[in-house]
Structure formats: C-alpha cells, structure tokens
Design a protein around this ligand. Sequence first.
Ligand code: WT7
Length: 650
Amino acid sequence: MGEDYITSVLKETRVFYPLKNFSANSLIKNMEEYKALYKYSIENPESFWAEKASELEWFKKWDTVLRNDQGFFKWFEGGYLNVCHNCLDKNIRKNKDKLALIWEPESGKSKTYTYEQLLKEVCKFANVLKNKGIKKGDVVQIYLPMIPELPISMLACARIGAIHSVVFAGFSSDALKDRIQDSGAKLLVTADGSFRNKKIFPLKDNADKAIKECPAIKSVIIIKRAKNKVIIEKGRDYWYSDLIKESAISNFCQPESMHAEDSLFILYTSGTTGKPKGVLHTQAGYLLFAQQTFKYIFDIKNEDIFFCTADIGWITGHSYIVYGPFSNGATVLMYEGSPTFPKPDRFWKIIDKYKATVFYTAPTAIRALAKEGNSWPNKCRLSSLRLLGTVGEPINPEAWLWYYEIIGKKRCPIVDTWWQTETGGILISPLPGATPLKPGSATIPFFGIEAEVLKDDGSKAQANEGGYLVIKKPWPGMLRTIWNNPEKYKHTYFEKFGMYLTGDSAKVDEDNYFWIMGRTDDVIKVAGHRIGSAEVESSLVSHKAVAEAAIVPYPHDIKGQAIYAFVVLKNGNKKSDSLKEELKQHVSRQVGPIAKPDKIQFADDLPKTRSGKIMRRILRAIAEGTKEYGNITTLAEPNVVEVLEKGKIN
Ligand code: WT7
C-alpha cells in the first residue's frame, strides 16, 4: 500500500470502546481478564493448550503437548481423535436438530442442513470415497464452487482420514494441474459447472484438461450443479448423485481414529519464488486452534448465525466456514456468487433474510460496497447483527468507519483479524467484549501467541518503528511443513530469525497495538488474494512475444493493491493494445483471473543492477507515482528510469 497508507494509519488516533451490554455478555469481558489469561498462556503454553484441548473429544489422550523435532513442531503426540467426529457427532448428542449449515445460492433457492442431516450426507459420501478405494493418508483434490457438497466432501475426507486439498473454483486448469501434480491426489471431486453472475464456468472441462497430465487421478466424482454438458469418461468419471443413491451406501461411516499429527489438509498458497507451495495442516492442533479462535474472537453464542463471505477455496473458508464453526456446534451461513450481483445489496439482504448475527468479510468487499452508496444498506434492517469482522488485508480507517457506522450502526464491534494460510487460524485480533478498537489496527495477539516486530539485525523495533512481524513460539494451528518440500519450510519461515517469519511488515504502537503494513516479500495482495510475483512473471514470459517481465503492486481504491506489469517484447513484436489484452488473457488462463495485470507498460529495458538484477523498488516507485526511487547509482543504465516514467500508464 506504500508509505501514504502507513502514515495515514499512524495518524489514526480514534479509539472505540466496547459497549457495556456487549461486554457483559461476552466470554472475555475486559482487558484485565484478557491480560491475565494471556499472561498465563504465554508463561505456561503447554498447560494452557492442554486445558483447552480437553474441550475436544479424544479417542485416546495425548502423551506430550509439544515437541520440537529438529525444527518441525509436533502437538499432542500420542493422542488420537477424529476431526469430523468433533465437528458433527459430538454436537448431535447435544442437539441433533440444530442448524449446522445454511446455503444461499444465487437463485435464492436456499438449502439447510441440521447437524444430523449433515452427518448423514457426510457419512454417505465418506462411504462412496471408500468404495472408490480412498484410504487413510490418500489425497483427494476438491475443485468445487460454493455448494454444500464442498464442506461435505472435506468432512467426508476428514472422517476416513483422507487428506483433502481444495482448489479455488476460480482457478484455471493449469493451476489445478500444478496442484494435483504436487499433491499426488488419486481422486478429484468437481462439478459440471459453477455459477457466477448468472454465467456458467466450465469446471469439468477445466478438470478434464488438467487430468490429462495427472496420471495419478483414478476417479473423478462430479456434482450436478449447472446442468452443463460434460464429457463422461467411462470407468473414471461418476456422478455424485448416482454414487450416493446406490443401495449399498450406508448412512453411517465409522470415523477413523487419527493420530494428532496425521495430515488433515493441504492448501496451496503463493510465496516469493516459483509455484504455489502446499501448506500442510494436521489434525488435532489445527482443529483446536480453529475451535478456540472462533469461540473467543467471534464470542460465539448458541443462537448465533455466523455469515462468512469467504470462498472455502481459501483458508478463511476452511477455518471459519467449516472447522471453526462446526467444532463449536455453531450455525454457519455460506453463499454463492458475488457481493454486487445482481445488486450491491446482496450481503445486506442475506443478513436480513436469515437474521445473521456475526458477519465476517474482506476490506476489498467493504470498499466496493461503500462506493455503491449508503442507500443499499439503508434499505435493509441489519438489526440482527451484533459483531462484524474483517480479514485478508489492512483495512483503511475510512472503510473501517463506514463499516462501523453504516453496517454496524455503531452498535457492533469490529474484529480486524490478522492471520495467514500458514497460521491455520487468527493470531492477532481484538476480543470483542474487551479490546478497545483503533480503526486500521488488528490490535493485540490471541492467547498463546507471542508476536513481535524485529529489525533486520534481529533486535526488537522501537514503538512505531516498522520491521518484520515474527511469532516467537509455536502454536497449535501452525503449518507443519510444506508438502514435498520440508527444506523450503525451514528456509522460508525459520532461517532468517530462528522463529516464525510471517512475511509481513508491521509496527507496534505505544499501547502495544499491532499495525500491519504489508508484505516484505514479492507477494502482492490483490483484493485480499495472495499473488506471487514470480508466478505472474513466468506466465507473462511464457508468452511467445515476451522477452522479459516484472510486476509490482500499485494502490487501488477497491482492490487495495493491483498489478502493474512492465513487459519487454522480443524483437519483431509490435507494441499494441491488442497484444496487451492478449497478455492479460494469457495470465488469466494460466494463473487465474485474479492474477490478471491491471496495467501493462511495454518497455525497451528494465532497471537493472550491473549484475543484472531487476530493481523492483524503482518499478514500484514508478507504478505508485511516488518517484521515490531510492539510490539509483547502482543502475547499469540510469536513464532507463526517465524513459519508463514517460511511458507510465495512468
Ligand atoms: C496475508 C495472508 C488469513 C486469511 C486470508 C488471507 C494479509 C491477512 C490481514 C489483516 C492486514 C492482513 C497479510 C498476510 N492479511 N489479514 N487483518 N490486516 N493484513 O490469507 O492468503 O494466506 O494471506 O494476508 O499480508 O500475510 P493468505
């Protein structure tokens, strides 16, 4: 977001205190309670987490709470449980008729599942997977839109001990192929198509293309969603509805007894270099962390309707649509579509329709909806809401205030939750009944989380001084490794300081509040989505006309950041608008529409050091329009800066 943003958040001095009646009914009622429990959790992490772990149901209790196995952390070793059992069976004993899931599709023809109904569906599909030869430890790839069969598939995998790996349905066939090849999945669950803005997206066709290069895939299970015509390959492709109906499929499936450190899921995310990395989460620690963070941060009540707008293809959906809510026996609301279709009141209407009480969304959506004006939310009641949340990128104070006043009617606290795919759950966030809020700050660390900001030399930064955000001690929800690449895990996260390196820069103010400033690596957050520069650049370079490419972020009103690409063409190619459009489509096809550059500038040369390294900070200063290039004396060709400035795309 650049320096402008940083200074603007630091000037932010408004403080919003929790309302008395909210605090009175919450789990943690004031800062004294928070501080006491926080202190205990940091001084006695193993006792703290062991006490919390007794809220889960174990088939066998653990032997050791935490062990450092040469830099790989193990939680609750010797313990056995089943994640699906903890999400469904456990809650059914309390209240089998409680609503677990409400699904709101674009058509408005919603569907609901009680805990008992959900268990039945999950068991049937678990049995189907078993019949297709899926065993404990096998990987199942899931490429589905936001339909109930997505959480059902995940829970079915968890029930039989298969490892799920969900791929966001907006990703291209190439992206799907890369992920399947890396995960080694044997089975793919997909749909004939998905809807977005009434258009049909051909999921199965994409899957067919991907699988051509994935020989490990032995079966494909297809959910009928869009009545889209698809090619069925005999002996490999099956309709979900046919398999579920088979008379031999029982309504019950015994949950597999899983070791605490067995793998639960792989989720791919972008890093600094190369292709996306498979972040691995395991059973007990992940579940415990999702369960506890959901319970305290959303201060969840039995009668809550929790509406999270994230796609389950990202970690937010894994932890706060599926595992966090279900392990707490909560009612979760998932929707299909987009915030502005058919009208910019989609969210507000859904909130009123179901009397949603907690609403969790991304700053990019808030900015987009604020831009549409207040009349859309003002036409709705929104009176059921009691708590709001945000995630995915820093929220600018203006958007925060709009959310607070226009959506929350100054009644609802906002939890600005900072976390990552790797962290499994929220690490820095207000507790809504206790923490005074400062717009734009994710505030304070959750129980058991020791966060700090360090300078390059490893010393602690002063108050309000920017630096590297690190987490000093392991926590149960942390990633365990990168799938197929343990060396990369150690290198990426632990090499620099010997403690978990988040990849974000941050400041801590005089009240010990954390202000997240952005990424320190070559990851760009476009509309909250994590895009690796390297992936987009290699996609551009793979086009026949392109010799060289470099991408940088620039500030964008709605997306927060957008992508600016500098492209050097191979000799003999004409710089034209149609080629720009072609390059955008090329990236969109290869990586996915979310990675498409917003601006492309053709250049004859890029700013490089004498050793040939591209100096991105210069490109960034050009794209952001700050002209603050820093030191340019090391450039091989100093006048390149002026030439690029002249050709800048506004
Ligand atoms: C990156 C992680 C965690 C769920 C969604 C994103 C940024 C996330 C915040 C926040 C400022 C935030 C960070 C982080 N981020 N939440 N509340 N304030 N920045 O997961 O795709 O793994 O991205 O998102 O830069 O490193 P992800």
